[in-house]
Design a protein around this ligand. Structure first.
Ligand SMILES: [Zn+2]
Length: 148
């Protein structure tokens, strides 16, 4: 439960970035309330505070002193130093995500090339989210209704 002071801090946020920053401080003070800490500990993760940026993070590496932010870790290393015990190929990851989300009502769509016509700075989509930007970011298009 948020205190009155915490609610006021959140209300005083004028941008999404400020709101995220304030909530991060609140959640970091009481991680058991906002994160599945018992599950993480059960998976042998430990909570640490980044020596570089001060952000709390979870890791299975007891000697790790910085978070996974590229600015703190010196680049991207998740592929090289991935803590997952289950090794998956690119296609395996895709199939696993479908196995997780499809029973929850999400509908996978087949891969397709497309041009991000709403983004004049990009000739091709640069990430899957690009294809959905008009629906989720600007609201200029209403999402298609699913046939449930
Ligand atoms: Zn950091």
């Amino acid at each position: 439960m948020l205190s009155e002071n915490e609610v006021e801090l959140l209300k005083d946020s004028h941008t999404d970035k400020q709101l995220k920053s304030q909530f991060k401080k609140i959640a970091s003070k009481n991680p058991d309330q906002y994160f599945p800490t018992s599950e993480l500990k059960g998976l042998e993760y430990m909570r640490k505070k980044c020596e570089s940026c001060g952000t709390y993070f979870w890791t299975t590496h007891k000697d790790r002193m910085v978070c996974g932010d590229p600015g703190c870790a010196g680049g991207f290393d998740v592929v090289v130093n991935n803590p997952s015990k289950k090794k998956l190929s690119y296609i395996d990851v895709w199939k696993t995500i479908v196995e997780l989300l499809e029973p929850r009502g999400y509908v996978p769509i087949k891969r397709y090339p497309c041009v991000a016509r709403w983004n004049p700075t990009s000739e091709f989509t640069i990430a899957s989210i690009s294809a959905f930007q008009p629906y989720v970011i600007t609201g200029e298009e209403k999402p298609l209704q699913r046939g449930f």
